[in-house]
Design a protein around this ligand. Structure first.
Ligand SMILES: [Zn+2]
Length: 185
């Protein structure tokens, strides 16, 4: 079996260095949050695949360009040793199946890489990720923020470190860790 942890990119794995932070629209403003690496290592050591997820409607208007976005992501994948970055590049008014809270990014990754979503986790400060998780039967872990909303979520923590502790605890209880260890032998 394969299981994954899907993590919202902005504010957890990367940030913009411009005032207000948020989503970087230029390559030079993009900064990987390198302190995340240690937390991610614990998940990887437990056998989870780790993906960043992100809605990037700005690509439609070139802020950032697709090339800039790909460069941002190749730096982030290398520094944080991610399995990949799952991107919705469609405009806001597009009825695409992959713009969060739609669960297309997770479903695509699941069918491409054989990931069991019911044993997988979604980490984010934003309600839309929790909704996406619920739709596919994954466990949602919200990092406390003013974007949490009032919808369904499974767990609330204060930061990525806390999220990893909870994930390992729940995965232990569900028997996921044992299965992941066994499938690596
Ligand atoms: Zn999309």
């Amino acid at each position: 079996m394969k299981a994954a942890v899907f993590i919202e990119r902005d504010g957890i794995l990367a940030r913009s260095t411009t005032a207000g932070g948020g989503t970087a629209t230029r390559l030079e403003d993009f900064q990987v949050i390198e302190s995340a690496a240690e937390s991610l290592k614990a998940l990887r050591d437990a056998g989870f695949l780790i993906y960043a997820t992100t809605n990037q409607p700005g690509v439609t208007s070139g802020a950032p360009t697709r090339r800039e976005l790909d460069l941002m992501h190749s730096v982030m994948v290398r520094k944080l040793a991610l399995s990949g970055v799952l991107v919705c590049p469609h405009p806001l008014d597009d009825a695409c199946p992959c713009r969060k809270p739609q669960p297309g990014l997770l479903r695509d990754a699941a069918s491409t890489s054989g990931i069991d979503l019911e044993h997988s986790f979604v980490v984010s400060g934003h309600w839309s990720d929790a909704e996406m998780a619920e739709t596919v039967g994954a466990t949602s872990v919200l990092i406390r923020s003013d974007q949490n909303g009032h919808g369904h979520h499974d767990l609330v923590v204060t930061d990525l470190k806390g999220a990893v502790v909870k994930i390992l605890e729940v995965a232990q209880g569900m028997g996921t860790l044992r299965v992941l260890a066994a499938s690596r032998r």
